[in-house]
Design a protein around this ligand. Structure first.
Ligand code: PEP
Ligand code: MG
Length: 370
């Protein structure tokens, strides 16, 4: 086995020398980041900050979303700031010197609200016993107001960030403060701020302007210079089609091909197991799920349009992919061909992505010289 490990290492080193695509990883914790680095990741292409609030911390986001007034909301946000600051400090410390793309919170709302049915039953039972409180009734009304039939097509991503005052600002401040702390410690932090689910350039202008203000505030307060790039996910067909305009406000693009596949096909990404994709095959032999592999048709066509339009508006603009396709061999060849700068995938897929990025470069070179 030692000989095998050495052979694989040699192959990977060879691929690294040839490939043009950078390979980064999707990681949400310092432990994931360390694993990703040990497998050769050259950065974090996607840190899903909503994952920092699974489990016990979920209620902290719920409090911000359901706050009844500004004071309640501010208290909830104040409780979050030190937590997020140290989350980001740890991540930046682990990734020292490497790009670390932190995505502003993108929670499907239903995962961060009490379950409507459970809550209704609980309040109804309490009412029967004459024990329901005005708070219960108010909470039920609020949850009912926010309930969505299709949460994955609902108040997500940047839309949520614009509707819930202070939530994105809190995260941006935490990123800036963590960066200042790392700088003061002599580190070399490379954070990037990524805005999810953008559908129109106006949404991005609002967040970008706020980010610039916060960056300037923190730079002044902490006496450091901060120039953190702000970019966005391209994961809606409208974003891909209007990428030329969005590039005015975005310093980089990252393709979220999970949502882009879902919204292009109109097929729920959460119900894809065993789904029938006959349309997708040319030869009728085997239905390959478009959630697994991307090519120049359909979803890939949108990626291609966005790359071209984006770079026309902002020449040399950095672009990558952070959906699951970023670790899929066939898709990696497509991303190389379409001119992306990096792919980002789960840490355990990083070695395969390095290899495939090398193969893509060799194949493209061979066909260029033909
Ligand atoms: C995506 O949509 O491809 C993506 C990377 O974001 P998420 O999977 O978190 O929605
Ligand atoms: Mg997404």
């Amino acid at each position: 086995t030692r000989a095998l490990v050495r052979a694989v290492d040699r192959l990977l080193t060879h691929a690294d020398a040839i490939r043009r695509l950078r390979v980064e990883a999707n990681a949400d914790t310092a432990a994931d980041a360390a694993r990703a680095r040990s497998l050769g990741a050259q950065g974090i292409g996607l840190c899903r900050t909503e994952h920092m609030f699974l489990g016990d911390r979920r209620v902290l986001i719920e409090r911000v979303i359901l706050a009844k007034d500004d004071t309640q909301r501010q208290d909830a946000l104040d409780a979050l700031l030190p937590l997020q600051r140290s989350d980001f400090e740890e991540l930046l410390a682990e990734m020292d010197g490497l790009p670390t793309t932190i995505r502003l919170i993108d929670p499907p709302l239903h995962e961060f609200l009490p379950d409507l049915t459970e809550l209704s039953v609980r309040v109804a039972l309490a009412a029967e016993r004459g024990e329901d409180t005005p708070e219960d009734i108010e909470l039920l009304a609020a949850v009912r107001r926010m309930h969505e039939a299709n949460p994955m097509l609902g108040l997500r991503g940047v839309r949520l960030g614009l509707v819930v005052p202070g939530l994105f600002a809190l995260q941006i401040r935490a990123i800036c403060e963590a960066t200042a702390v790392r700088l003061a410690a002599g580190g070399n932090p490379h954070p990037e701020i990524m805005v999810p689910l953008v559908g129109s350039v106006q949404e991005l202008y609002l967040v970008r302007d706020e980010a610039r203000e916060i960056m300037a505030d923190v730079a002044r307060e902490r006496d450091v210079s901060l120039d953190i790039p702000v970019g966005c996910m391209i994961e809606l067909p409208r974003a891909a089609l209007t990428a030329g305009r969005i590039a005015d406000a975005a310093q980089f693009f990252s393709f979220g091909t999970n949502d882009l596949t879902q919204t292009t096909w109109g097929f729920s990404r959460d119900d894809v197991e065993g789904a029938f994709f006959a349309e997708y095959t040319d030869n009728g032999v085997l239905a390959v799920s478009p959630f697994e592999t991307i090519d120049a048709r359909g979803v890939g066509k949108l990626v291609q349009i966005a790359v071209e339009e984006g770079r026309k508006a902002r020449p040399g603009m950095t672009m990558g992919v952070c959906g699951e396709h970023g670790g899929d061999p066939e898709s990696i060849r497509f991303f190389h061909a379409v001119g992306l700068d990096y792919v980002s995938c789960s840490p355990f897929r990083v070695p395969v992505a390095r290899l495939e990025a090398g193969r893509a470069a060799i194949e493209a070179g061979a066909s260029d010289s033909r």
